[in-house]
Design a binder for this molecule. Structure first.
Ligand code: SF4
Length: 323
């Protein structure tokens, strides 16, 4: 593995291309038929790498890491090496088995990022394409609540079927007392690309007002509650800039079954700004939209914002946001 270019805050290990859901917007859905699972000794090396680069967080994802039989071993080993944060990214279904949820917490997992994209079983199961999966996820979340997991987060993928319900979904999820919500515009790859006609949300400028409502709802619940928005450029997030997830310079290293990338480098490679962006006050911080998105929808909705060039993300964070 190369010497990292950025300071690494998190090493995320994609353990394999296997999943017990079959989400219609899954950006790695085309990989799942391979059913590739990384051998434990390789994952162990990745955990060692995380330690070597002094990453505070080690994260296990997939596919679905909870159906890989050495996850407990991986969590225990990470704890032994002293990672402050040990994260499991999951659809949460396996946590509906209390003994399994308990085992993960006892082994040392202390941050749970649960993918959930709906506020009712009909919509949830339609998106996951597994009957009963939504209710199982909810039971999993309830079990994590019972186990007093503090660092509980939800990851919501915005798509054609749920974007108008974003505030309702937020409202529903807040009952489980998460620390934060991560809201992602669908990544146009894998199943999302194959089924784009049925699943692509409208352009970001149409979706943005629904996101503002969700942000206000989260902040109404508690000013310390977090909500992070992925993939939206600043010009569409004015007044809500503090929620843009890709703001700082801290990097995450993503190690998959067949790739190893820096998320920061990837963003610079696959996102795009135009000549007109040079006049925008966010130019130095902004990554622009994904290239594939711009190819699909054009660039007209991204308009340079006049004003003094912002040099440092901290300038935005010191603004007095009130909701
Ligand atoms: S740099 Fe371009 S994409 Fe980014 S906020 Fe400004 S106009 Fe929008």
């Amino acid at each position: 593995m190369d010497k990292p270019k950025y300071e690494i805050g998190k090493v995320e290990i994609l353990m394999g291309w296997v999943c017990n859901n079959n989400c219609i917007f899954c950006s790695v859905g085309h990989k799942l038929p391979e059913r590739t699972i990384k051998p434990w000794k390789v994952v162990k090396e990745h955990i060692n790498y995380g330690k070597r680069v002094k990453s505070g967080t080690i994260s296990f994802s997939g596919g679905e890491p909870t159906i890989i039989n050495y996850l407990e071993k991986a969590v225990k080993y990470s704890k032994k090496l002293g990672f402050k944060t040990i994260e499991i990214q999951s659809n949460g279904r396996m946590f509906s088995y209390m003994d399994f949820a308990e085992k993960m917490v006892k082994s040392g997992a202390n941050r749970f990022l649960i993918s959930i994209h709906a506020d009712n079983p009909e919509l949830g199961d339609t998106l996951n394409r597994v009957k009963g999966s939504f209710n199982q996820t909810i039971q999993g979340i309830k079990n994590l609540n019972k186990l007093n997991v503090e660092n509980l987060r939800f990851s919501v993928v915005i798509n054609k079927l749920n974007y108008k319900r974003l505030e309702k979904i937020t409202d529903f999820l807040l009952q489980f007392n998460p620390l934060g919500m991560h809201v992602n515009y669908v990544i146009i790859d894998g199943h999302a690309y194959t089924y784009k006609e049925s699943i692509m949300p409208p352009r970001m400028s149409v979706v943005a007002p629904y996101i503002y409502k969700a942000i206000r709802r989260v902040k109404k619940e508690g000013q310390d509650k977090e909500i992070w928005i992925y993939s939206f450029p600043y010009c569409l997030m004015q007044g809500y800039e503090f929620t843009i997830a890709e703001m700082g310079t801290m990097d995450s290293r993503l190690i998959g079954p067949d790739f190893d990338v820096s998320l920061q480098e990837n963003r610079h490679k696959f996102r795009i700004k135009k000549e007109s962006c040079k006049k925008c006050k966010y130019y130095k911080l902004c990554l622009g939209p994904w290239k594939r998105y711009a190819k699909m929808f054009g660039f007209e909705e991204f308009k340079p914002v006049p004003g003094k060039m912002i040099e440092d993300a901290n300038e935005l964070m010191s603004q007095d946001y009130k909701f």
